[in-house]
Design a protein around this ligand. Sequence first.
Ligand code: SF4
Ligand code: SF4
Length: 56
Amino acid sequence: MAHVISEECIKCAACEAECPVNAISEGDNQYVIDPDTCIDCAACTDVCPVGAISEA
Ligand code: SF4
Ligand code: SF4
């Protein structure tokens, strides 16, 4: 299991700096989480202004 970012992402980049394992990166149309790297710590979820990050 890993956290996922939905298409609601507005590419604000706030979540990227919160991830302790650098699992978040900028994709073509939104930010994305590498499921093999994410440790499900949930540190990224509260900083997203549009609530785009949730548990898979
Ligand atoms: Fe990174 Fe934690 Fe968010 Fe996974 S849940 S992407 S490890 S901040
Ligand atoms: Fe996208 Fe939310 Fe991350 Fe901002 S914090 S880049 S809106 S997922």
